[in-house]
Design a protein around this ligand. Structure first.
Ligand SMILES: NC(=O)c1ccc[n+]([C@@H]2O[C@H](COP(=O)([O-])OP(=O)(O)OC[C@H]3O[C@@H](n4cnc5c(N)ncnc54)[C@H](OP(=O)(O)O)[C@@H]3O)[C@@H](O)[C@H]2O)c1
Length: 239
């Protein structure tokens, strides 16, 4: 296959829309990495992993392959429990950091190890959030995990600038904007006492201001066709 994408969390929302967008095109293959798979397509290959399972994550290696383009799309994420620090469940904190931060960092590490020398266009896209930069009460674990993701993505981009020019890997952390997915359902359905800014997200929903994941996925497809090392590493989509 000419264009190979590794996408985490393809069961719903942006990950599913991204996988479907890629599979619309000729000569593409998607490896869907996650614990649930809802896509049936001859070029979709499921890799069953619970991304909160550290023991499994530590064993993961990317397959050796030849392609023109190889993309790692670290999309899977969880808000986790929306609650103030002091009322959080320890296990939930650990799960969120593992899914949102440790898993994508391990995947980046393995991706670079496996494909650094490959003769292909190689791109890492880590899905971040406005919560990496703005404080939302009740979302401390989520925001901190995404802020760490922004920073390690910037480190990778800086490291790649310093190494052999012909084999660089492009790395970005991109916030997709507020999208109509299961994550937004959770935000609107949480108890307002745990999240003082809930009304803002209810208003966005009621005023039809949420992005459709299919439109965001189309943006990412075009981004991958044209991105280069001149682009900002951390950015936010404006459709
Ligand atoms: N929606 C928004 O407004 C918004 C805004 C900014 C950033 N984002 C980011 O966008 C990305 C996609 O989120 P979404 O809005 O599309 O939410 P979503 O519909 O809830 O999708 C989340 C995906 O992550 C997977 N996932 C979560 N925990 C997992 C685990 N332990 N193991 C394997 N897979 C797991 C889910 O799989 P399961 O079905 O197995 O749970 C699902 O496929 C996330 O990184 C999120 O932080 C979203």
């Amino acid at each position: 296959m000419s264009h190979v994408w590794f996408i985490t969390g393809t069961s719903s929302g942006l990950g599913k829309a991204m996988a479907e967008q890629v599979l619309m095109h000729d000569d593409t293959r998607v490896y869907g990495i996650g614990r649930r798979h809802t896509i049936v397509h001859e070029n979709y290959l499921p890799i069953n992993i619970d991304l909160s399972d550290l023991a499994v994550l530590k064993q993961f290696v990317f397959p050796s392959l030849e392609a023109q383009t190889i993309v790692l799309f670290n999309n899977a994420g969880r808000l986790g429990e929306i609650a103030y620090c002091g009322n959080l469940d320890n296990e939930d904190i650990i799960q969120s950091y593992t899914v949102n931060t440790i898993a994508p960092h391990l995947f980046c590490n393995q991706f670079i190890a496996q494909y650094q020398a490959a003769d292909a266009k190689k791109i890492i896209i880590n899905i971040t959030s406005g919560a990496a930069k703005t404080v939302y009460d009740g979302w401390g674990v989520y925001g901190a995990g995404k802020a760490a993701l922004d920073m390690f993505t910037q480190s990778i981009a800086a490291e790649q600038q310093k190494i052999n020019a012909t084999n660089k890997i492009l790395a970005y952390a991109i916030a997709p904007g507020v999208m109509q997915t299961a994550m937004q359902d959770q935000i609107r359905n949480t108890e307002a006492v745990n999240f003082s800014q809930q009304q803002k997200f209810k208003d966005l929903y009621q005023n039809n201001k949420l992005y459709h994941p299919e439109d965001v996925a189309r943006w990412f497809w075009h981004f991958v066709q044209s991105c280069d090392s001149q682009q900002e590493t951390v950015q936010r989509i404006n459709l």
